[in-house]
Design a protein around this ligand. Sequence first.
Ligand SMILES: [Zn+2]
Length: 273
Amino acid sequence: MLCDGVTWLDDWFAVEEVAPGVIAIGEPRFHQINWNYLILGERRALMFDTGPGVRDISKAVRALTTLPVMALPSHMHFDHTGGLSGFSSIALPDLSVLRACMKDGWLMPSDDLYVGYWEGMTWVPVKPTHWLAIGSEIDLGGRRLTLLHTPGHSPDSVSLHDKANGLLFAADFVYPGKLYAQIANSDLKSYLDTAEALLPQVAAATAVLSAHGKPDVQRLHRAPRLARHDIADLGNSLRSLKASGQRPAAWPVNDRMSLLLSDEAFRSWQEAG
Ligand SMILES: [Zn+2]
C-alpha cells in the first residue's frame, strides 16, 4: 500500500521524511487521504494540519519528536482540524474570519468553515494559544516558515513557505486530483488572486507539498508533491475559464489537477462583472 521510503508508524498513520526535518504524516486509509506535516526546527516543531481526528495524531507526533510542538491548521475543514484538541499549543492565522469564530476564548467555527456535517463529524472546542500575523515568520530554530494567506478553496486557508529549503506547504490550495472549489465558501477570484500572488514569491525548484494524496497506478501511497508550474497552470486555467464565459461543473487544470465548480464559486466573478 505504501511507496518505497514511506513506512507505517502504526496501523493508521504512514510517515515519510519528504525533506530533511520534514515528516509527512499520512492517513491513506482515510478516504480523503490526508497528509499532515510535522516540520522540525532546532528548538521546536510545527504540526501543520491535524487530520480528520479518526485517530489521535498527537500521539503519533509524540512518537516522532521530543521537541515542543505547536499545531497550526491550514483551514477549519474537519479533515484538517480533527486532531487539534490533542495539542496544548495551538496557533491560528490572525484573520478576521477566524477571529469571528471565537466565543468566550473558545474556537467555534461555523458549519460552513468546518463542514463536519458532510461526514457526521463533531467539532471539539479548543482554545488557541497564539495568533500569527499573515506574512509573519515562524522561527523554529534553524528554520523559518512564512505564513501566507492563500484563499480560494476556503477564505481561511493558509500555506507555509520555507524559502531557504525550497518548500511550500500548500495544504488544500493545490493537490493532485479534483480541487474542491465547488463548496459554499470557495471563491474563484480568490483562487486566481492567490495563484498570481504566490508565483513571484516561489522559486522554480520549490517542492509544493499538499494536504491530500492520491495513490499511484500501483495503488501505492506517498506524500503528494506538486511544483511551481502547477500553480502557474492553475492561474492560466482560471484565466481561460473566466475568458470562456462558461459555468461548467468541472474544469481541467492540467494532467494532475482539475477544478470542481458550482454557482457559488463563480459569485465574486459575477459581482466583478
Ligand atoms: Zn479543505
